[in-house]
Ligand binder design. Structure first.
Ligand code: NAD
Length: 456
């Protein structure tokens, strides 16, 4: 059996960084080198201010960095030294050309794979950590075999990542499961076993699932599709609640108490965001279309369409409530990250909300505890945006407050102080169902919550 002693990870992003830092943290006998083309990102990984915010990440990185954990832009050396290489590069949705808007753009996976082939001097286990379309491993293997020199062997594994941003370190330390797919050949199984042994340093073996390559690739897309589908299902019900007087939290609780349904991922909201859910479902839609399965494609596409509908519906409710116009009005947007405990704004619902508000010629005063100002200006290039340093500053003299991210601190604000400094009537729109509507109503707010009639 191959014993892994040296790991390289290509891609020092939200997945590659934390995942491989945790491997280094749990496996002191393994040297882990994380490489990236982005020099600023690598410089940040080597500094006191890591490039991503993730609870618990600093402790893990600061404990192992310089011992058995290294960050570098020197890809060639790192690849050559490694017996096992994770490919953890970005796989965004294609922006132009055939399949644009749906297909995964595999340009980074291909270039990382070609990079491995061009410098490798010995046989390697190459692991897909990126989320990729089903059968990508086949393309990677062909690229590696036809572009490397010498008689090298490349075993490809699929080891999709299931961490959630905001809880990445906890998810990595205590995973529900680790999935490793391999070709079911003697060599494939050996490689699969070698990676399983790495995880077995801290994950119990009953949580390490081994499958064939294609099941593993498809399971990652399927898992994200299931999670997003639950959110779209509860959001679809939230519209019914607003129209009928049912309360979405009560409906979610009542349904979730059924052991067959379970309580998780039944929180209604303004819509899901993040770099993965939409992209991975669209990837599944594209795959289904390519395989001439239009009904399957339409089924999953509806999950994404409902998410767009939910954001639009929320904006329409805000405009209607603010006397059918928000032109020249000021709105405080509390939260800009796509969820709490991360500074990541990719596909954040807040971006869509802001764009609609600006189109209607409102001014948006944004506050988020973790998102950098530069990131907001990258996401929103339109005028009409004011970035503020506190929720109190954000809400000064505004017509309405919109909760876009479920940060815990928004539950504990001094709403009496906020109310005094707002225009009247003072509206608050809770897009994350985190506020105590009764308490706010007593202060004088007019409260609108997703999945509830006004002030009910
Ligand atoms: P990211 O954009 O944060 O990081 C990717 C990194 O890869 C970037 O820093 C980029 O510079 C680097 N890169 C690209 N091509 C390279 C190359 N040829 N050589 C060296 N570096 C290169 O992306 P991410 O959020 O870490 O996601 C990575 C993959 O993991 C994606 O496929 C994503 O779908 C998947 N995933 C993400 C999450 C999540 O929560 N972010 C969770 C599970 C799976």
């Amino acid at each position: 059996m191959v014993q892994v002693k040296n790991i390289c990870c290509i891609g020092a992003g939200y997945v590659g960084g934390p995942t491989c830092a945790v491997i280094a943290y749990k496996c002191h006998h393994i040297k882990v080198t994380i490489v990236d083309l982005n020099t600023d990102r690598i410089a940040a990984w080597n500094s006191h201010q890591l490039p991503i915010y993730e609870p618990g990440l600093d402790e893990v990185v600061f404990e192992r960095r310089g011992k058995n954990l290294f960050f570098t832009t020197e890809i060639e050396d790192a690849v050559n030294e490694a017996d096992l290489i994770f490919v953890s590069v970005n796989t965004p949705t294609k922006k132009s050309g055939m399949g644009a808007g749906f297909a995964a753009d595999l340009v980074y996976v291909e270039s990382a794979t070609r990079g491995i082939a061009s410098v490798a001097k010995s046989s390697k286990i190459v692991v897909e950590k990126s989320t990729v379309p089903c059968r990508t491993a086949e393309s990677m293997r062909t690229i590696l075999e036809t572009n490397s020199t010498g008689n090298l062997r490349f075993d490809i594994l699929s080891n999709p990542e299931f961490l959630a941003e905001g809880t990445a370190i906890k998810d990595l330390l205590y995973p529900d499961r680790v999935l490793i797919g391999a070709l079911q050949t003697p060599e494939g199984r050996k490689a699969q076993q070698a990676l399983a042994e790495v995880y077995a340093n801290w994950v119990s073996t009953d949580r390490i699932i081994t499958t064939n390559l294609w099941s593993s690739e498809l399971s990652k897309l399927a898992a994200n599709a299931f999670l997003a589908q639950r959110i779209s299902s509860i959001n679809a019900l939230s519209a019914l609640c607003e129209a009928t007087g049912a309360d979405i939290d009560e409906v979610a609780y009542a349904c979730g108490r059924d052991a067959r349904i379970g309580p998780k991922f039944l929180k209604a909201s303004v819509g899901f965001g993040g770099s993965c859910f939409q992209k991975d479902i669209l990837n599944l839609v594209y795959l289904s279309e390519q395989l001439n399965l239009p009904e399957v494609a339409a089924y999953w596409k509806q999950v994404v369409d409902l998410n767009e509908y939910q954001k639009k519906r929320f904006v329409e409710r805000i405009i209607k409530t603010l006397f059918h116009t928000i032109t020249n009005k000021e709105i405080a947007l509390l939260g800009f990250a796509f969820k709490k405990d991360t500074g990541d704004t990719r596909e954040s619902a807040a971006i869509t909300l802001c764009k609609h508000f600006i189109q209607e010629r409102a001014t948006v005063r944004i506050y988020d505890p973790k998102v950098a100002d530069e990131q907001i200006f990258l996401d929103l290039t339109e005028p009409g945006i004011v970035i503020t340093r506190s929720p109190y500053d954000a809400s000064r003299n505004v017509d309405a407050i919109v909760i876009a991210t479920e940060w815990d601190e928004f539950k504990e604000l001094d709403y009496t102080r906020i109310y005094k400094n707002m225009k009247k009537p003072a509206f608050i729109f809770d897009g994350r169902l985190i506020l105590d509507a009764d308490k706010l109503q007593k202060i004088g707010f007019r409260v609108h919550t997703i999945g509830r009639k006004e002030n009910e």
